[in-house]
Write a protein of this length. Structure first.
Length: 133
């Protein structure tokens, strides 16, 4: 019983520590110069020509790498992902956020993943795009 309690305490601590370093991926219309998301949402309207969306990667702690990779996937109804684009972003070590712009051309669900230069997953975000009525 003591070993189980110790395991649970250590496991909880590891989960908490891991979540503190995680970055949050947010879809928004733009990012301000001080790292705030403008009109962040999980649902966006797009035109038939497509619309730009900003993918913001932000966290409480500064980046501990010089660049991150953002992969944007479209997600089919059965959950299969198709890579739409990959962007390499240079980040400042003292910065807690960065952003990139992508075009959503078709309605549907999109998922973005951010990785540091060693391939460690920093965060995931998802958005649903629908045509403007």
């Amino acid at each position: 019983l003591c070993r189980l309690k110790l395991f649970l305490i250590v496991s909880s601590g590891l989960l908490l520590t891991g979540s503190l370093s995680a970055q949050k991926l947010t879809f928004c219309e733009a990012a301000t110069s001080d790292g705030k998301a403008v009109n962040a949402a999980s649902n966006f309207y797009i035109t038939r020509q497509g619309n730009y969306v900003t993918i913001m990667t932000a966290g409480r702690k500064p980046f501990e790498c010089g660049s991150i990779t953002v992969d944007l996937f479209s997600v089919s109804a059965d959950g299969k992902e198709k890579l739409e684009e990959t962007q390499q972003l240079t980040v400042q070590h003292y910065s807690t956020w960065t952003s990139c712009n992508s075009i959503l051309r078709e309605p549907g669900t999109y998922r973005a993943y951010a990785y540091d230069e060693s391939g460690k997953l920093l965060g995931v975000g998802e958005i649903k795009a629908t045509y403007k009525p």
